[in-house]
Write a protein that binds this ligand. Structure first.
Ligand SMILES: NS(=O)(=O)c1ccc(O)c(NC(=O)NCCCCO)c1
Ligand SMILES: [Zn+2]
Length: 258
């Protein structure tokens, strides 16, 4: 089964998931000099219902918060998108130390972590159907930077970590509006890419926020206290669950800002 270790990691995913070697893979390295400012790009808008939040879980590969996406209850619209995309889940990728962990790399900068808010296009019926469409999924990516004035809104997620230490553990996670995690600026880069995990379908419109949010080193240590293993299995810390940048293959990254 795929993972992030040397025997089942990103360099070998293509053996079982051929799309991993596609022409529109994610993440990528973004170099500001190659980015095209697109003045026609609209601002994006999230209108999330805090009541849609359901549970938080450790699936052995990430920490994920799941939302009710059975109707247009929490949606993302605008930006590069046509129509309203339903929020399904959010999760994170992080490193084994503060100097790396993000999946996208910006002008050579690796952030300590990257938070993904995953939305899908209901015109394709369900999430599984949306994965097969180029406009099926939209992911908002927020970079986490270690700093001195940590964003208090991250506390809610990190407070739950102690209840989901091992793989398969799940806890109720309700009354949570993830838009409190957004930074002040709405500036973003956007490009067409894929899931950063197998099967690596190329169905994602990426919306990466330029302004990182701050977390403390202690908060990062909290995230790193999660385990890949199930209870009563040997301890296997859940760290470095990030895919390295993939070939850009001529894709243009657009910026909403100059
Ligand atoms: N990083 S991403 O492109 O935003 C992304 C968005 C939605 C996803 O479902 C995944 N994949 C995922 O969560 N895989 C880990 C557990 C799989 C269950 O075995 C990745
Ligand atoms: Zn992700």
């Amino acid at each position: 089964v795929w993972g992030y270790d040397s025997d089942n990691g990103p360099e070998r995913w293509h053996e079982n998931y051929p799309m991993a070697k596609g022409d529109k893979q994610s993440p990528i390295e973004i170099n500001s000099k190659d980015v095209q400012h697109d003045p026609s790009l609209a601002t994006w808008h999230a209108s999330y219902d805090p009541g849609a939040a359901k549970t938080i879980l450790n699936n052995g590969r990430t920490c994920r918060v799941v939302f009710d996406d059975t109707f247009d209850r929490s949606v993302l619209r605008g930006g590069p998108l046509t129509g309203a995309y339903r929020l399904r889940q959010l999760h994170l990728h992080w490193g084994s130390s503060d100097d790396h962990g993000s999946e996208h790399v910006i002008d050579g900068v690796k952030y300590a972590a990257e938070l993904h808010m995953v939305h899908w296009n209901p015109k394709h019926g369900n999430f599984a159907g949306a994965l097969k469409q180029p406009d099926g999924v939209a992911v908002v990516g927020i970079f986490l930077k270690v700093g001195k004035t940590p964003k208090p809104e991250m506390k809610r997620i990190l407070e739950e970590i102690d209840n989901i230490k091992t793989k398969g553990k799940e806890a109720p996670f309700q009354h949570f509006d993830p838009s409190i995690l957004f930074p002040k600026s709405r500036d973003y880069w956007t490009y067409h890419g894929s899931f950063t995990t197998p099967p690596c379908e190329e169905c994602i419109t990426w919306i990466l926020l330029r302004e990182p949010i701050e977390v403390s080193s202690d908060q990062m240590a909290k995230l790193r206290s999660l385990s890949k293993n199930s209870e009563n299995e040997p301890l296997n810390p859940l760290v470095d669950n990030w895919r390295p940048p993939q070939p850009v293959k001529g894709r243009i990254v657009k910026a909403s800002f100059k």
